[in-house]
Design a protein around this ligand. Sequence first.
Ligand code: GCB
Length: 914
Amino acid sequence: MPKSLLRITTGPTFAAPRKCRKSTHFAVLGIALALAACVCRADEGARVTPTEVRASQALTQGWKFVQDDSLTDAAALAATGQNWQDVSLPHTWNAQDAASTNATVPYKRGLGWYRLEFDTPEAGARKWLEFGAASIVADVWLNGQKLGQHQGAFTAFRFDVTDKLAASGKNVLLVKVDNREAVTGKELTAIAPLGGDFNMSGGLYRDVKLVETAAPVHFDLGDMGGPGVYARTGAVTGSRATVDVRAKLKSDSTQDGDYLIRVSVLDASGQLAGSVQKTVTLKAGSNVEVAQEVAVDHAHLWQGVDDPYQYRLIAELVKSDGTTIDKVIQSFGIRQLRFDPNAGFFLNGKHMPLHGVDLHQDALGKGWAISTRDIDESLGLIKEMGANSVRLAHYPHSPYTLERASQLGLVVWAELPLVNQTSIPGCGGPVTDAFKANAKQQLQELIRQQYNRASVAMWSVGNETTLGCRTSTTGIDNVTPLLKALHALAKAEDSSRVTTYADLGQDVPYGHQFTSTGGITDIWAINRYYLWYYGSSAAEFGAHVDALHAKYPNQPIGISEYGAGSAVTQHSDNPLGGLTESNNTGQPVVYQPEEYASYVHEQIYGAIASRKYIWGSYVWNMFDFGSGTRNEGDVQGVNTKGLVTYDRKTKKDAFYFYKANLSSEPVTYITGRRYTNRAYATVDVKVYSNTDSVQLSLNGTTIGALTQDQCTMKVCVFRNVKLSPGANKLTASGNHGGRTVNDWVEWSLNTQGVRIAAGQYTTGFTSSTGALFGSDNFFVGGTAEWLVPKSGVALRSGVPIDRTAVSGTVDPQLFANVRRGRFSYDIPLDNGMYSVTLGFLEPGKATAVGGRVFSVDANGVTVLPDLDVLAAAGAYRTVITRTFPVTVTGGRLKLDFKPSVGEAVVSNISITKN
Ligand code: GCB
């Protein structure tokens, strides 16, 4: 702060809040710092009102728009916009191509031109144009004069246009918005983010306003898009709290003047809870920062979702005649945040593990041009699920989102858009000064613009910036210095909050040994996709987190991402039956059954919840979202890891797993409800419920009941439920303190016998004869395998993939996977006589005749002795089948696959009743 400009005044008398008279007359002290102050009691100064002094005109209607990469600045300035499209804000030209579930072409990244004619407002001393955001770079002209450029897609920026507005008649505002991709040699390489698994909608996707101040002296509108007034909780002692407030002032006056800066805190009912004031002399043209402390007795704390109480903080700039000439009004919560490396997160001293979700800012058919209703809908679903925190990935979200999160009590992780890379191309390149400067600028904008939000608990300086960066092999670490600089900058901007970071995969085996990021920020968090991109168990995940916790014993650790893709039209009878298809690998279809994702959430969340040192965790992601490079599940151009579909209409099963665990509302939810045409007559019915006990009935007949202690993590499983041919109505009734919460599903069974696609975790493949195959089920032991890997570690291993096609069958899909090893199938069947057909092929090219020999027993009797598939088929990946009769007497058929050389294999099993 330029303290030399701050002078104690010679004693003008300011009208003060009622009964606050004694210190309203200021003494001449002649020193720069100590200023006279007055603290008002809560019953005083009732005239402080939350009424705006500034005028503000929304510039959202009447825009003309053209997306045209070839238009030059000169041509655009000369254009009248006559043939351009009529649009209103928020707007993006990527509403369709970047936000659809069927994105077949890359979304358009280029130049968008916006033109608006508007009248000069009559009143107002200073006039500022305020842009909520422009993605990614905006060049702005007013009446042909360049106002400037803003670089960065997510933060607000303003221009003082007082002297550039037309004296009379229309003003012409022209904005060039550029969302081209960062490519070597192009200017956008200096702007974060340089990468990311999400679409960057181009356009003026938030609002634009013309703000008029009443006087030439005002709270600073030129402070990186911030409000100019910055408040934070000081001390909380007993029921008394102090609020530290910094006000930045700007004089655009030609004269020096004396002003009173009054800061008041109003409670939720509008009563004054505390007030303080100071006088300053503002020299013509100067900037001054004034720090004050407001005391609030009987402080009502902001206690997250339990009690998101907010005050209103009102900063007033008062002239010597008592007129309030500027006012900034901010919602404000009094709260204290603490992170402990061993005990996690505390809000106002109360332990509160953060159970959250990650959120992007897009919506189906809208991209980033979302409305406040869209935001309400998204946050409403997060609240409904019972989450208490949200990570606003991977960039600054809108002020409305932050305001609503604060109102709802959601603890917010706010993030700088530094994603995946710090240089172009990739990791080998140095971080340019321009890029560093831009990252710093965006971080300052983020912090200043969101500083006053009660909900914001931490500033994240980036996400996965180590992608592909192996300092050990490149000898270059272009991540650590930048993260350290950003951490230091965040602390300088706001020492009241912690910094954090979302790490890609430090110390994860599976080819993720990228540059380490632990130990840089105050707290830390890790993005980990065990059971999805890598890893085979939650125990493995847990051991990994424990090891990182031990490695950084003083740095609180959280889980910033985990999750799995899922399609609501793809299902599984047994999610453990096959291998995950985790990303697009050029395959025509990438199957992501909903039930597998539920399994991942149950497992990983279980491991998280049992570790008390983890300060918080975030599901990736609350909603499916647009990501151009993806082609997975039943959608294209979408990341499918949402707990809710892109259109917000379908809550996937996993949503209810969390709701049962997190919400205080009673939940009874039968999973697999969208898997209606069942492949198997015998099913395990899984109910998510937090009620005291759940009862299940089938077609009106009670099957059984489970009490909560017979369930694990609110997962209650009714085993071996036998469906009848045709329609089956299953009803679950949860009993919750005398209240009953019901759910029902209707499944049909239109198949007879049992058909199993071995090694496959997706159900519903139909043979050329119309027979329905369920996913691999009833197996004991063995390992699932693809013939041609579809994703995961196998694909990343660099080992060439053998794509030899399957021959000798019209149903190659049923032979795409195998179960291998020494294994059995224990299949529930009605007693009777059956015919069993097993499908085989030799999957491995390296196997020679005699290299794989096994026998198959049915209920203890060898039915296929010494089978050598390769010898029998005559060629590798050529199908053979073997059929044998069985008689079932004890309600089960046990098939044992017993290798004598190598491993046994099977591709599919068909059992039909004679
Ligand atoms: C991550 C990234 C996130 C991706 C996510 C995924 O680690 O931080 O941006 O979308 O993984 O789905 O792979």
